[in-house]
Design a protein. Structure first.
Ligand code: HEM
Length: 178
């Protein structure tokens, strides 16, 4: 949070407010969003697919018209694809921003899905996330409620096709004036 906040305040420092014009300069915040979507993808099982033709995967014959469920959640945490997969480490995306995009170019990273069924809302969703988060980081410092440690943050998610936090995130905002 500290690094993302420093970046937002550096980029928008002289302006006094956050707007769309410099969002592209928020590289670290972009990496934070990517890492969040890797670990906590809101659509963990993508949309179901069906194959037209028979095919073989790892020795298993998949007959035509089989319903295919793609587990993007597991792919995003697969140790074959990611170093320290359970660790929240935005920096892993800093040098690979173009490679690991939201277009499904690399099947190791598919929070918006891939192929012709990919999420049509991704180019709308990402600037909204950037605007929301950069505003919250620019105008407030954030603390955990009294006595709570970072390790105690509850990151549980419910079961479902679209997932969110199981329990509300409760934080204490402290107004910041640039
Ligand atoms: C962070 C925000 C979002 C995430 C992570 C997300 C993720 C996804 C995923 C994983 C799929 C399934 C894609 C696949 O199976 O290949 C999907 C489908 C879809 N998304 Fe999103 N989405 C987001 C925001 C939005 C927004 C803002 C809109 C609309 C404005 C939207 C509209 C849709 C629609 C219509 C589909 C169904 C596409 C189809 O099956 O033909 N999404 N989304």
């Amino acid at each position: 949070m500290k690094e993302a906040q420093e970046e937002v305040r550096r980029v928008y420092g002289g302006k006094g407010y956050v707007d769309e014009s410099q969002l592209h300069q928020l590289k670290y915040l972009g990496a934070v969003i990517k890492e969040t979507l890797r670990l906590h993808s809101p659509g963990p099982l993508l949309a179901p697919r069906e194959n037209y033709e028979s095919c073989e995967i790892n020795g298993y014959v998949i007959p035509p018209k089989t319903k295919i469920i793609i587990n993007a959640w597991a792919i995003g945490r697969d140790p074959k694809n990611w170093t320290d997969p359970e660790k929240f480490e935005p920096k892993r995306f800093l040098d690979t921003m173009v490679e690991y995009n939201f277009k499904g170019s690399k099947f190791e990273y598919i929070p918006f899905g891939a192929g012709r069924r990919i999420c049509p809302g991704s180019t709308f969703a990402t600037p909204i996330l950037e605007l929301l988060l950069s505003n919250l980081l620019y105008h407030f410092n954030w603390k955990l409620p009294k006595g709570m440690k970072v390790e105690e943050l509850d990151m549980e998610q419910p079961f479902g096709a679209a997932v969110r936090r199981q329990n509300d995130l409760i934080l204490v905002p402290i107004g910041y004036s640039p």
